[in-house]
Design a protein around this ligand. Structure first.
Ligand code: ZN
Length: 50
Protein backbone atom coordinates (compact mmCIF):
# COMPACT_ATOMS: atom_id res chain seq x y z
CA UNK A 1 0.00 0.00 0.00
CA UNK A 2 1.49 3.32 -0.99
CA UNK A 3 1.50 6.12 1.52
CA UNK A 4 3.37 8.53 -0.67
CA UNK A 5 0.53 10.99 -0.56
CA UNK A 6 0.02 10.80 3.16
CA UNK A 7 1.55 13.63 5.13
CA UNK A 8 1.64 13.91 8.88
CA UNK A 9 0.93 17.14 10.63
CA UNK A 10 3.12 17.51 13.67
CA UNK A 11 2.50 19.93 16.50
CA UNK A 12 5.49 22.23 16.73
CA UNK A 13 5.06 22.57 20.48
CA UNK A 14 4.84 18.98 21.68
CA UNK A 15 6.06 17.27 18.50
CA UNK A 16 3.08 14.97 18.42
CA UNK A 17 1.53 13.95 15.14
CA UNK A 18 -2.09 14.83 15.62
CA UNK A 19 -3.42 15.02 12.09
CA UNK A 20 -2.95 13.29 8.79
CA UNK A 21 -3.51 14.91 5.50
CA UNK A 22 -3.06 13.97 1.92
CA UNK A 23 -0.23 15.76 0.26
CA UNK A 24 -1.31 17.98 -2.55
CA UNK A 25 1.02 17.71 -5.49
CA UNK A 26 0.75 21.45 -6.00
CA UNK A 27 2.21 22.18 -2.60
CA UNK A 28 5.98 22.34 -2.66
CA UNK A 29 6.64 24.44 0.37
CA UNK A 30 6.34 23.09 3.86
CA UNK A 31 2.92 23.39 5.30
CA UNK A 32 2.39 25.25 8.51
CA UNK A 33 -1.15 25.31 9.79
CA UNK A 34 -2.98 26.17 12.93
CA UNK A 35 -4.64 23.03 14.17
CA UNK A 36 -6.05 21.82 17.41
CA UNK A 37 -3.62 19.65 19.29
CA UNK A 38 -5.27 17.15 21.61
CA UNK A 39 -2.03 16.98 23.55
CA UNK A 40 -1.69 20.71 24.16
CA UNK A 41 -5.47 21.11 24.26
CA UNK A 42 -5.26 24.25 22.21
CA UNK A 43 -4.60 25.46 18.71
CA UNK A 44 -0.95 25.35 17.84
CA UNK A 45 1.17 25.58 14.74
CA UNK A 46 1.51 22.29 12.94
CA UNK A 47 4.03 21.50 10.30
CA UNK A 48 4.15 18.77 7.77
CA UNK A 49 6.54 15.98 8.54
CA UNK A 50 7.39 12.58 7.13
ZN1 ZN B 1 0.83 19.85 20.84
Amino acid sequence: MSQDNLAKMECTECKTVTHYTTRNRVIKTRLALKKHCKNCKKHTDHKETK
